[in-house]
Design a protein around this ligand. Sequence first.
Ligand SMILES: [Zn+2]
Length: 165
Amino acid sequence: MDYCNLPLSYLIRCYAIPDYDDLGDQSYECQSCGAMMWYAERLDKHRNTSRPEFSLCCQKDKVQLPYMKNAPPTLSNLLFGTDRQSKHFQDNIRSYNMMFAFTSLGGKVQTSINTGAGPYTFLLQGQNYHLLGSMLPEEGARPKFAQLYIFDTENEVRNRIDAVR
Ligand SMILES: [Zn+2]
């Protein structure tokens, strides 16, 4: 098997566990798109070079993504502002993001691999999927995720806030 043609993430997942190889920093810049890459991600892995070429990022300039647009002023103020409201938003940004989650990740999570030293590894075995529960909460249960949007629209804001407390 030619291991050099396998994606690096696959090699790390299959062959570097539980051992941990430090590849150092992403210290090489793709000459086409400017993405920071690891030397081990270069195209020609059989040749040592000071100017490696990469394709994982932009397929050697075949893929060009447009620059992101600036956030609307209200959101930009929340993201980068220093006032009390912006600080609260920045401190709770994960909670605000989760309020709009309609599904959650499902799959067979392999927990036995995090036994040694090295960074935490999240490994799903088999097929992963999204969990989308009932559109209505069970009797007596509080609505969550997508249920918040259809359960009782008049209380939607209150439900969203309660869901993250
Ligand atoms: Zn590139």
